[in-house]
Design a protein around this ligand. Structure first.
Ligand SMILES: NC(=O)c1ccc[n+]([C@@H]2O[C@H](COP(=O)([O-])OP(=O)(O)OC[C@H]3O[C@@H](n4cnc5c(N)ncnc54)[C@H](O)[C@@H]3O)[C@@H](O)[C@H]2O)c1
Length: 324
C-alpha cells in the first residue's frame, strides 16, 4: 500500500528525508512544510497539514524543541509520525507525545538511524546470537569533524552535545546489548571555538546497563580526519568490532608510512544508507510490522542523555529512575 507523507522542516535532515522518499517503496512525498520559503517547500505553516486528507503520515525534521508539540498535534489528527531524534527536549513533553501517539493509535517511530547501519546491526546480531558471550564492555567513539554552526547553537544550553550527539550512542548501547541503561556519569569540557561560550564540545560518558555491563562513550565536535564512528562490544567469549567505513579499501605505502583513505566526512555520507533503511522500516510499520525504534526508545534515549548532562553539570553519578 502506498502512503502519502509530508515532511515538516526542510533543513539538513528534512531535505534528505524528502529526497530519500523517492527510493522507498510504499511512501510518496505529498507536501513539505517550512516557514522559510525554499526549494520544494509547499506549505508555510505545518498546522495546515493536520486536516489534509491526502496526507497519511509525517516526517518531522523540524527543530528539536518543536517535536513533542507536533507529535501531539499529528497524533490527534490521526497521522502517523516519523520523528527525528530527540523526541522532545524534556521528559514531560516526551511523555505527552507518547500518550498522544497511544491515544491516537498511530505509528510513532524515532530517528535513531544508527540502528539501521549494517555494521552496528551485525554487532548486535553477534551479541544477540551469543557469539561474544556475556557483554562486559561496550566502547563507542563518535567524533564529529566540526562543531555545529553558531546559528544552530544560538540559544541552546551547554548540554547540547549530550542530547544531539551522545543520545545516539546511548541508544546504541541499548541496541547492541538489548538491555536498558540504569545509571550514567559524564564529564564535559568546552575546548573548541564554537562561538558559544561555555558550550560543552567534548564529553566522556559512562553508562551501566541493568545486568552491569559497562559502556564508555567518547564524543567531541572536532575530528581532523573526518567523522570517526567506531563501536566495540567485548564479551566473555570474544569481541565484536565495527570499524570506520572508508571511501575505498586502498592502502598507499611510501617512505612516510602506510596511508589509508579517511572516513566519510560527516553523517550525511557515513549513514546515507541507514537513512533510507529507517524509512523502509517506517513504511513496513505503516503496513503493520513492529516499530523498530519506538517512542519509548526515544524517551529512554532522551532520559539517558539528560542524565549525562546532569551528571556533567553536578559532577555525580545519575540513576535514570531519579529523572522519573
Ligand atoms: N538522525 C540524525 O542523525 C540527525 C541528524 C541531523 C539532525 N537531526 C535532527 O533533525 C532535526 C533538524 O535538524 P537539522 O540539522 O535538519 O536542522 P536545520 O536547522 O538544518 O533544519 C530545521 C528546519 O526546520 C525549519 N523550521 C523552523 N521552524 C519550523 C516550524 N515551526 N515548522 C516547520 N519547520 C520549521 C527551519 O526553517 C529549518 O529549515 C533536529 O531535531 C536534529 O536533532 C537528526
Amino acid at each position: 500500500m502506498t502512503h502519502r507523507v509530508a515532511v515538516v522542516g526542510a533543513g539538513r535532515i528534512g531535505r534528505l528525508h524528502a529526497a530519500n522518499l523517492a527510493h522507498v517503496a510504499g511512501l510518496d512525498l505529498g507536501a513539505v512544510a517550512d516557514p522559510e520559503p525554499g526549494e520544494g517547500v509547499t506549505v508555510a505553516d505545518w498546522r495546515e497539514l493536520l486536516d489534509r486528507t491526502d496526507v497519511d503520515a509525517v516526517i518531522l525534521g523540524s527543530p528539536s524543541a518543536l517535536h513533542a508539540e507536533q507529535v501531539v498535534a499529528f497524533a490527534g489528527a490521526g497521522k502517523h509520525v516519523f520523528c527525528e531524534k530527540p523526541i522532545a527536549t524534556d521528559l514531560a513533553s516526551a511523555d505527552r507525545a507518547l500518550a498522544a501517539a497511544d491515544a491516537g493509535g498511530i505509528v510513532l517511530q524515532v530517528g535513531y538511524n544508527r540502528r539501521f547501519d549494517r555494521n552496528y546491526a551485525a554487532v548486535r546480531e553477534a551479541v544477540a546470537s551469543g557469539r561474544v558471550g556475556r557483554p562486559l564492555i561496550v566502547r563507542i567513539t563518535a567524533r564529529d569533524p566540526e562543531p555545529p554552526s553558531p546559528a544552530y547553537l544560538e540559544g541552546r544550553g551547554p548540554e547540547t552535545i549530550f542530547v544531539d550527539t551522545t543520545s545516539h550512542d546511548l541508544d546504541l548501547v541499548r541496541f547492541v546489548t538489548g538491555e536498558d541503561i540504569v545509571e550514567v556519569s559524564a564529564r564535559g569540557s568546552a575546548l573548541l571555538d564554537t562561538g558559544a561560550p561555555g558550550m560543552v564540545d567534548t564529553a566522556v560518558t559512562t553508562a551501566v546497563t541493568e545486568s552491569g555491563t559497562l559502556a564508555t562513550i567518547d564524543n567531541t565536535w572536532r575530528s581532523a580526519y573526518g567523522y570517526d564512528q567506531r563501536l566495540e562490544v567485548h564479551g566473555t567469549d570474544g569481541t565484536a568490532l565495527a570499524a570506520n567505513e572508508r571511501r575505498d579499501t586502498t592502502t598507499l605505502a611510501d617512505g612516510s608510512g602506510f596511508h589509508i583513505p579517511p572516513p566519510p566526512y560527516f553523517f550525511l555520507d557515513r549513514y546515507a544508507e541507514s537513512f533510507v533503511t529507517e524509512l523502509e522500516s517506517f513504511a513496513a510499520a505503516l503496513d503493520g510490522a513492529p516499530v523498530a525504534v519506538t517512542g519509548r526508545d526515544g524517551r529512554t534515549a532522551l532520559a539517558a542523555a539528560q542524565a549525562a548532562a546532569l551528571s556533567a553539570a553536578e559532577s555525580r553519578i545519575v540513576r535514570l529512575d531519579e529523572l522519573g
